[in-house]
Design a protein around this ligand. Structure first.
Ligand code: B12
Ligand code: SF4
Length: 534
């Protein structure tokens, strides 16, 4: 932790930003995308609303923060975001320090956890813990009396118009897939107290669909799971929401009664990290939970039970040939019993994961890998195929470009197969996904503006040559010592070896500091009476 200390004699102002780089270099934000990140609303719960003025901003939703008056507003800046948004956190730090001299900057989340040494050099407080750690930081900066107990998310500050209310019922995951950021962090799976879940749901002012953003809504304790479903059924019957969707791991489907139970409790859809139909690949990913039940049968059973099934697929061009991947895609598009994937992306070697270490050891990284390009849509490792073949594949991956007719045929047959078991809104949801894949330009998406704003800066889809884009050019004049905040964080050097600037944090023999005792802010868990699993 840093040592910034400020005893306010006025009502202090805290700005919380969910930082984001859009991989398309699109600058308008994705208002119509689900799920939205809600980390900023959770963090806002740390402050006593009577004692601190709090404002939140999501760059994923509303586009890059450019409002200079807002940059000049806070006494405290809190930053969160996915790993690839680290540079954006650095940029905002420079902007806000420049406009609000004396501001304290607090950052946390996966990027800060993966790069603790580097983060400590940039931010005043580089948090390794959970959201509750923010209360300790606020105490340290403003003194006692400015935090709120219990710490409830401030969904009332979300200004977006949405038909979805986001809720979280657990933290982390009890599996350890080789590519997953949570595997790198090694935190224990935690289910939240039912009162806390209910309080989140009731705190929303409007009746909307519920989306659980949990990594693993099912968890590893069936009685805790069933108690949660009982709660949801009670609240659903109370008409608090029209239905709910959640993300479950594949072991959920090993018990057929689970499907009936969630359906009866108002579940409309489930998302599962299917990742691949290739069993060998799943083993390599250490995703053994996906090998327990046959995949197509699982999906069919789910849809026939009246529950939408959605999934994502990932591809590793460093170990899979494009022909092999195309066969898998053709299998999916040709199989009318299953919906099309909700998203397709490259497998990302997220920092400190086993997959990251493997790429490092096997020298699979490309030269000059930039952290901001670890977004799933830019090549950061050497492909098995030639670059000439790999690049167009990467360019088209998100949208199934080239499969338009087959996708439409798939949608038609899928509609006929499940028209009787799925409701109209459920069917529309799944078919809209097919349309998005076929005609992506009608929805804000990957094919739209796949180039940065300045002429001559077309995306190359290869990290070594990918233009940095407009956000790396400061919006206004900054003091020269802020210049380094606009240089990209490099993960590899010109030879593809670990870059010196991150070696202290990422060399395979470095013990992740996230594993150190007490790093989870445990003292501040209030309503989070976590049930430790056996
Ligand atoms: C909504 C969401 C998105 C949204 C918005 C992401 C965002 N910026 O928040 C979008 C759609 C953009 C997204 C995209 C992707 N996502 Co996503 N996403 C989520 C999801 C479902 C919810 C995020 C959220 O709001 N969490 C709630 C907050 C409260 O929790 P949290 O962010 O995990 O923060 C915890 C700690 O990190 C810490 N913390 C975080 N910030 C701070 C700040 C301070 C000051 C402190 C003290 C603590 C702290 O406290 C929290 C625990 O108490 C999570 C799963 C999950 N349940 O978190 C995945 C998740 C974050 N996504 C993930 C992945 C893999 C992706 C993609 C790479 C997927 C892909 N292949 O396309 C892309 C990234 C694209 C890109 N451009 O880089 C991974 C991790 C990614 C990473 N580390 O970078 C997760 C964890 C899912 C998973 N298990 O794999 N995602
Ligand atoms: S099941 Fe999902 S959340 Fe859990 S480790 Fe695997 S990828 Fe991560």
């Amino acid at each position: 932790m840093g040592s910034t200390s400020k005893r306010p004699t006025w009502k202090p102002r805290a700005l919380i930003v969910l930082c984001h780089f859009d991989e398309t270099h699109h600058l308008n934000g994705r208002r119509d995308y689900a799920p939205q990140g809600v980390g900023h609303a959770f963090l806002a719960g740390a402050f006593d609303p009577d004692k601190v003025n709090v404002r939140i901003y999501s760059e994923f939703h509303s586009g890059p923060l450019h409002d200079e008056s807002l940059m000049g507003w806070p006494d405290l800046l809190v930053l969160t975001g996915v790993t690839s948004s680290f540079d954006r956190m650095r940029q905002l730090t420079a902007y806000v320090r420049s406009k609000s001299p004396g501001v304290a900057v607090v950052a946390g989340g996966p990027a800060v956890r993966s790069l603790p040494t580097l983060s400590a050099q940039v931010f005043d407080y580089a948090c390794q813990g959970d959201i509750e750690e923010l209360c300790d930081v606020v105490d340290a900066i403003f003194g006692p009396g400015y935090t709120d107990t219990p710490m409830l998310p401030r969904f009332d500050l979300l200004t977006w118009k949405s038909r979805i209310n986001y809720v979280e019922s657990s933290r982390y995951c009890n599996f350890s897939c080789s590519f997953c950021a949570l595997t790198a962090e090694q935190r224990k799976y935690q289910s939240y107290d039912l009162d806390y879940i209910e309080a989140q749901i009731r705190s929303y002012p409007s009746r909307n669909y519920l989306l659980f953003i949990d990594n693993n809504f099912y968890g590893n304790n069936s009685s805790a799971f069933l108690a949660k479903i009982d709660l949801l059924e009670r609240l659903w019957r109370e008409n608090l929401f029209p239905g709910w969707v959640a993300l479950v791991t594949n072991d959920f489907f090993a018990h057929p009664q689970n499907l009936q139970r969630v359906r009866k409790a108002g579940c409309l859809g489930l998302f599962s990290g299917l990742e691949s139909f290739n069993a060998e690949k799943l083993k390599q990913y250490h995703k053994k939970q996906n090998l327990v039940v046959p995949q197509v049968e699982t999906i069919r059973n789910c849809l026939s039970a009246g529950v939408v099934y959605q999934y994502g697929m990932i591809f590793d061009l460093g170990t899979q040939r494009i022909d092999e991947i195309r066969k898998e895609l053709e299998f999916v598009i040709g199989c009318h019993e299953i919906p099309l994937p909700a998203f397709l992306s490259l497998t990302i070697p997220l920092l400190r994961t086993p997959y990251f270490n493997e790429c490092l050891e096997q020298r699979r990284f490309l030269p000059l890998v930039k952290l901001r390009d670890m977004d799933g849509y830019t090549l950061v490792t050497k492909p098995l195929n030639s670059m000439e073949k790999a690049v167009p594949f990467v360019r088209d991956i998100a949208t199934l470009r080239g499969y338009g007719r087959s996708v439409l045929a798939h949608c038609y047959s899928f509609y006929r197969a499940y028209n009787s078991s799925l409701s109209k809104p459920q069917m529309i949801n799944l078919l809209a996904n097919g349309v998005r894949l076929c005609v992506p330009q009608i929805i804000h998406d990957h094919s739209r503006l796949r180039f940065s704003q300045r002429k001559g800066e077309r995306l190359t889809y290869v990290t070594t040559t990918q233009p940095l884009g407009p956000l790396y050019r400061p919006k206004f004049r900054l003091a020269s010592h802020f210049r380094s905040h606009f240089e990209p964080t490099l993960i590899t050097d010109e030879r593809g070896e670990l870059h010196d600037s991150v070696a202290d944090d990422l060399a395979p023999d470095v013990l992740p500091s996230s594993m150190t005792a007490g790093a989870q802010g445990a003292g501040r868990h209030r309503l989070l009476q976590t049930k430790q699993e056996p």
